[in-house]
Design a protein around this ligand. Sequence first.
Ligand code: ADP
Length: 484
Amino acid sequence: MELKNKKLLQTGIFIDNKFTKSTDNSTFKVNNPANGKLVCTVANATEIDTNKAIHSAETAFKKWSTTNVLERSKILKKWYQLIIDNKDDLALLLTTEQGKPLNEALGEINYGASFVEWYAEECRRTYGETIPFSNNSKRLKTIQQPIGVVAAITPWNFPTAMITRKVAPAIAAGCTVVLKPAEDTPLSALALAQLALEAGLPKGVLSILPTTNYKDIGRILTTHPSIAKVSFTGSTTVGKLLMQQSASTLKKLSLELGGNAPCIIFDDAELDNAVKGAIATKYRNAGQTCVCANRILVQKSIYPTFLKKYTEAVEKLKVGNGIKKNSTIGPLINQEAIDKIKNLLTDALENGAKITLGGNQHKAGKLFFEPTIITNCTNEMQLSKEEIFGPVSSIFIFETEEEAIAMANDTEYGLAAYFFSENVNRVIRVSEKLEYGIIGINEGIISTAEAPFGGIKQSGFGKEGSFYGIEEYQITKYICIGNL
Ligand code: ADP
């Protein structure tokens, strides 16, 4: 990996605006999932480091929370510009540690940067209210204030964007942040810290704790009395654990957890657009996003035509090292991801499903999997209940709109759902009946800084992006002035 800006390869813990060794000098390895080669070793944060970072954030909060919005906005804008100026290096770093194709990595850098830009602007519009009074001797108002020190825990599938989506609104609101990135992808997080430092972010406002000791550090971050808020993106199982741990000090929480997105293709869909949208939502990041279509539900009357067109489109995907220009599907993150897919496929086949394309590991390497289509799927199969998180399309058939809605809602998750239809009445009916936090209609790519992203049911709660995203890091203080 040849970076133009060598400073972007940071391997230390980031505390007090310095990259340091861990207190016990331990390190861990970051490997390239495309070829298994060692990229570098990174300092492995300990419990002592975690307490240091929290202390630093607590100290910094006293001052940072009193800065005015213009001061915060200026630093965020500078950070945004530095991310954009270094986007080729950041994308290369991202592909090297995470695997996604370079083009997608570049897309993620732009998308990640857009949250920094958005919240640089949005913090200037977090108004309080003047409330009409019912007693002439009183005046009532509210102000928005930063909640305090924030702990953020992020996953490996978007090593840049999941960080900016939390850190930008938090620091824009006047909070300070202690972030624990995923152990598979700490380098993108540390590169962002380097650029935040260059942008002039004061020490202690952002700390980064790369670590493989995530259970112990997670426990400190969710139980420490100085932390006011925990923002987590990851699995539902871990989300529930963090919520339990956070109960001891009643922390405010944002949880962006697993999904089981349905993608419904109705008989009145514009089929070419439906194929394009379904491919975009299914195969992005090799199927490793929480908003990836997990179940493709196709209306019986158009099933043969859809399957033919869809298969032709999937066959065009190019599996390979993300660094290669024409790759559209990179490796999966690790061996467990491959094993999970194999187990889900075996279970589906035993229950009557049929593989019509792919189904095996790909010759490109140990962690590559063939783009796969599996048909005759039913809700008895594990893949109808669990996130596949890989390049596998599971196809289900339905006959009526009511049946499609019932099938789509038959899950404990409620993050994103998609459907394709050109019928305006159906569009309104179905979008109101789907039990999901995000609905994509005739569109497979739904996430953007201006819009609220977040789930319902066991996909969690809280919003990221949009003006709602900054409220997650604020308290609304009510002020009553009396005796007038
Ligand atoms: P995934 O299955 O996508 O890896 P996880 O929920 O396991 O999802 O991981 C998401 C993030 O949560 C990562 O940063 C990981 O290190 C962290 N994590 C996993 N287990 C714990 C835990 N017990 N406490 C705190 N953080 C955890």
